[in-house]
Design a protein around this ligand. Structure first.
Ligand SMILES: NC(=O)C1=CN([C@@H]2O[C@H](COP(=O)(O)OP(=O)(O)OC[C@H]3O[C@@H](n4cnc5c(N)ncnc54)[C@H](OP(=O)(O)O)[C@@H]3O)[C@@H](O)[C@H]2O)C=CC1
Ligand SMILES: O=C(O)C1=N[C@H](C(=O)O)C[C@H](O)C1
Length: 338
């Protein structure tokens, strides 16, 4: 009897060339009529009875480990990860002063790992999530040690934490063989565009503002430990435009009354998080003035940019791109911000 119905349906689980390789249903599922079964009907029937449909889910979802929760930026980023339908890793590094053992974002629960457990936690997450990108919004003092740990663990990362030594971070990435990273003091798309514009002006017209005076004033929530990393980056462009200014001269405003009075920060964002920056340039005789301002209330614009960076980095990694280190201006240029 022809074994017309002896079709064994099964799912193959071939070893993936790379853990980030996407699921291809055409590769995964095959149906065929075995020539062996055609020759031996009895065996075919028993095989048929025992035939098991095995479906192995090979789709490896992108998971994001957000370190620094329950801090402001990490919390906002974790919410954005869930909102975009990505997997939020179920553990995260936290700081020494955090008493909570868990954090929740958009219904996803995250166990918090305290400093003595950080190395083991990174290993657990790497083993658990084959396609993982780490986000770091921690503390200036933690930025470099964390980056060293990510690089040693072979974990690609997006770091928005400011106040660290960026050259050392880059070295850690270079030393690794397969770690991809985005390092940037500002993840907000339009502010990144502003940074890029100042950088381009400095490249095009070096010294154009020679002789001008500049004041830089930034207001943030009182818990911000360092001088704004964004302001430092913009000052670098101004220096190339001919302005004589040192990052030490950036005026930091951290008192609520001054933030509201001098910078017009709305009261509800005084502690919730704000970033108001004013750069004022005056010609030598005082007859010409320029003012550049970017004022951000809340954390939403940074969280969105951070997850753009995560998705961008994941793509580059999957492609095996030879460039492994990016800043947000690179990503904006390539069209990687939504
Ligand atoms: N690139 C960008 O676009 C932006 C960057 N930032 C930067 O992000 C950083 C965080 O800002 P923000 O969220 O407002 O700060 P918060 O103080 O609200 O949060 C920081 C969190 O990190 C925790 N932490 C401290 N050390 C470690 C560690 N070793 N490992 C893991 N977690 C740790 C802190 O815990 P504990 O209380 O114990 O110290 C705290 O919970 C700052 O450097 C800020 O400048 C902020 C906004 C945008
Ligand atoms: O700590 C903050 O809030 C912010 N930090 C970044 C910085 O230091 O420039 C970006 C933005 O200013 C908000």
């Amino acid at each position: 009897m022809p074994i017309a119905n002896s079709v064994v349906a099964f799912s193959l689980a071939p070893a993936l060339a790379s853990p980030t390789q996407r699921f291809n249903p055409r590769l995964a599922t095959s149906s065929f009529t075995s020539p062996q079964l055609q020759r031996s009907p009895d065996r075919a029937r028993s095989t048929q009875r025992r035939a098991v449909l095995v479906t192995i889910q090979m789709a490896v979802d992108l998971a994001v480990m957000v370190n620094g929760v329950p801090g402001n930026m990490a919390a906002a980023t974790a919410e954005e990860v869930v909102r975009r339908g990505l997997v939020l890793a179920d553990e995260a590094l936290t700081g020494p002063g955090v008493a909570n053992s868990h954090f929740e974002a958009g219904g996803s629960k995250v166990s918090l790992s305290t400093p003595e457990d950080h190395t083991a936690c990174l290993k657990r997450m790497k083993d658990k999530y084959p396609r993982l990108i780490v986000v770091d919004y921690t503390h200036p003092s933690a930025a470099n040690p964390n980056v060293e740990n990510y690089a040693k663990a072979g974990l690609s990362f997006v770091i928005g934490t400011t106040g660290g030594n960026v050259d050392d971070m880059k070295k850690a990435v270079d030393k690794s063989s397969d770690v991809y990273a985005v390092i940037a003091p500002n993840m907000g798309k339009q502010i990144v565009a502003f940074q890029a514009m100042m950088d381009m002006m400095a490249n095009e017209f070096p010294g154009a503002f020679k002789g001008y005076k500049i004041t830089v004033k930034e207001s943030h929530q009182a818990t911000k430990a360092d001088t704004s990393g964004t302001a430092k980056a913009v000052v670098n462009s101004f220096s190339r435009l001919g302005l004589d200014f040192d990052v030490e001269d950036i005026e930091k405003v951290r008192e609520a009354s001054r933030s509201m009075r001098e910078m017009q920060v709305p009261e509800e964002y005084i502690t919730a998080g704000h970033a108001f920056h004013t750069y004022h340039l005056t010609s030598p005789d005082g007859s010409v003035n320029f003012e550049f301002q970017h004022n951000v209330c809340g954390r939403g614009v940074y969280a969105a940019g951070t997850v753009d960076a995560v998705q961008f980095l994941d793509k580059q990694k999957e492609k095996g791109d030879s460039t492994r280190l990016f800043n947000m201006i690179d990503i904006l240029r390539i069209g990687g911000m939504s």
